[in-house]
Design a protein. Structure first.
Length: 633
């Protein structure tokens, strides 16, 4: 069902110019968040308008240019001025189909700044939330053919501020002075100002427009510019995506408030959402009937909801002649045999869904064929692989492909370079996406902790978790880290076993990421068995980018806590004051202890706790702690 609003209030007011007044212009438009902590001040200048942003009185974005470069327009002085301002106040809450919370606040002050003059082609809409501020450009009906050649939006920060930057969505995230940025970087971009404030700059509501990245201004040290991936064409009225800015002395607050991006998207447009069901996933790595059956049995035994057949089930994914309407196993990946229909039928009898991977080469040719076909097969979802991103054309194509999947009751996981901007609110069949440096890249905990406080501001991320693969101890960290990571990294489809094959699968088939061993029934799998993938509440208890995180999430009356350390040992103290004050709880702690049994060396301890207690734990570098808190008795 569409978003359920639990209450709303709208108050509106318009500031008009009065002809003949002594002061016939509006020079500045201040707009504050409902709690008064954020203030954006838009100023009318002799050239382009500018804006400045304050948080609790601290300037977090210095005066920065606003504007759009239209085809055929000159770059000189513009003949426009602020004509009038229309203001609204919205106070409502909405219930998502799924999320990191069971309800989200959507409360903001809004100003539509209307420009007049011969060159006044657009207006600017500003929203100030308690969680951050955002603005977009809105074009009038008087443009016969809208062609945006570029965006002039600036984000001015001190040149000695630090940023956590990545040139691509799945690249290494590196901390550097903003003055050393030499390429366009992904959004959201996390900035640490000299006064220790953390600022996130990003994009929301990207549907049919070119993607924005951020690039350094060659003539203004510390100033970033919106860098569009292509020109943009549209029919007026036409709105750009939102540009948002969030700020806090604690980076965890930005992560907690990441629902701001959802609020900047349209409400759910799917009337019946009962078929949209998040869950836990195991990837079938052998591409055989035997392997598929073994994965179904494992999923049913361990409270997973889905198995996924990845690249190779319909042929070589990189060969344009491969036909995604057939089951034709790529011999370079597996010798088969694979009776996919038999596996789907068997999975359905066990209450397990099947997800199929399709490379963009087949999708671009066969999308309108495969979606109804997979629905007829009983498939529950499709993973779109190696999709084209960036330009307006491919951005529009991809979101159209999500909408078409919804028409056929298919959920979607978009892989590779796509990063979310909140479209899962409008089409919640888009459960998750990559755009993340996941376990396929063998990141250590420090990189995961950079990802957590940067990429995860954008929304759900498919981290392709693995558990028994050798890379866990050889490169990445520890097995308790893998348990904790599944709490910290939010994804409604949570892949827990990316390279792992259950007992009963073929011991010789390929495609398992150099992991030829079977899943072992180690005791700590009980944590994964109990773990939800969507939540009623989320709290970032403590953390710092690349160094440490402790996150608590609630589902019903159970809480799950994940803690990760980076390159240094960390002593963590976890106050349990988020628990119900009138209940006693059983805490099951999963931690790394080398004297615990191999192969994973995970210790399991149980203790009774209440809201008055705290848990103290010493994390060695690159380790993790996972906790399941459930009401006693």
């Amino acid at each position: 069902m569409p978003d359920k609003l639990t209450g709303w209030l709208l108050l509106s007011m318009t500031w008009f110019l009065v002809p003949g007044c002594a002061n016939p212009t509006i020079e500045t438009v201040p707009i504050k968040s409902p709690d008064g902590k954020y203030e954006l001040v838009l100023a009318d200048t002799s050239t382009d308008p500018t804006y400045t942003i304050y948080h609790e009185g601290n300037e977090i974005i210095s005066p920065s240019k606003l504007g759009i470069q239209l085809s055929g327009s000159s770059a000189g002085n513009k003949d426009y001025h602020i004509d009038h301002v229309e203001t609204n106040f919205i106070d409502r809450r909405w219930k998502p189909v799924y999320g990191e919370r069971s309800e989200y606040p959507d409360i903001y002050n809004e100003a539509l700044v209307v420009f007049g003059g011969n060159d006044a082609n657009f207006n600017i809409r500003v929203r100030a939330y308690d969680e951050g501020v955002a603005f977009r450009y809105e074009f009038h009906n008087n443009i016969e053919e809208l062609v945006i050649e570029g965006e002039l939006t600036e984000f001015s920060i001190p040149p000695h501020a630090s940023v956590w930057a990545a040139g691509k969505a799945q690249a290494q995230i590196s901390k550097m002075p903003v003055s050393e940025m030499t390429e366009s970087v992904e959004r959201p971009l996390l900035v640490q100002l000299p006064n220790s404030y953390f600022v996130a700059i990003g994009e929301a509501g990207l549907v049919d427009h070119a993607r924005m990245k951020l690039v350094s201004h060659t003539g203004k040290a510390g100033t970033l510019i919106a860098d569009l991936a292509s020109e943009v064409k549209g029919q007026t009225p036409f709105n750009t995506p939102w540009r948002y800015i969030m700020a806090s002395p604690r980076p965890g607050v930005l992560l907690e408030n990441n629902y701001l991006l959802l609020n900047l998207n349209e409400p759910c447009k799917i009337e019946d959402t009962s078929w949209i069901k998040p869950g836990k996933v195991i990837r079938e790595v052998t591409l055989t009937t035997r392997g598929g059956m073994a994965c179904v049995d494992f999923a049913a035994r361990h409270n997973l909801q889905y198995i996924e057949f990845d690249a190779g089930w319909y042929g070589n994914e990189y060969d344009d002649s491969s036909d995604a309407t057939t089951v034709t196993v790529d011999p370079k990946r597996s010798k088969g045999p694979l009776d996919l229909h038999e596996v789907i039928s068997y999975a359905d009898s066990k209450g397990i869904g099947v997800i199929l991977y399709v490379n963009r080469r087949a999708l671009e040719k066969q999308l309108d064929q495969v979606l109804p076909l997979y629905e007829s097969w009983g498939v529950k979802g499709v993973k779109y692989g190696f999709v084209n991103v960036g330009s307006q054309y491919w951005t529009s194509w991809l979101h159209s492909a999500v909408r078409k999947a919804a028409d056929h009751h298919l959920m979607v996981d978009i892989h590779d370079e796509y990063r979310p901007t909140g479209y899962s609110r409008t089409y919640p069949n888009l459960l998750t996406q990559e755009g993340i440096r996941g376990d396929e890249e063998s990141p250590d905990n420090a990189m995961v902790l950079k990802t957590l406080f940067t990429r995860m501001i954008a929304g759900a991320g498919d981290h392709t978790n693995c558990y028994f693969a050798p890379r866990v101890r050889e490169k990445m960290g520890s097995h308790a880290s893998q348990l904790a990571k599944a709490v910290c990294i939010y994804s409604p489809w949570q892949f827990l076993y990316w390279y792992d094959r259950p007992a009963g699968a073929s011991p010789t088939a390929g495609g398992a990421g150099n992991n030829q061993k079977f899943i072992q029934e180690v005791p700590e799998l009980a944590f994964y068995d109990a773990l939800p993938t969507v939540w009623d509440d989320t709290k970032v208890l403590t953390g710092h980018t690349g160094e440490l995180a402790v996150i608590a999430r609630r589902s019903g009356d159970h809480w799950f806590v994940g803690a990760l350390s980076g390159h240094k040992d960390q002593k963590v103290t976890i106050s349990l004051d988020f628990l119900d004050a009138d209940k006693e709880y059983e805490a099951i702690l999963y931690s790394d202890q080398m004297n615990s049994p191999p192969p994973t060396h995970v210790s399991i301890q149980t203790q009774s706790v209440s809201a008055n207690d705290q848990i103290d734990h010493q994390l060695q570098k690159n380790q993790g702690l996972a906790i399941h808190l459930k009401p006693a008795n």
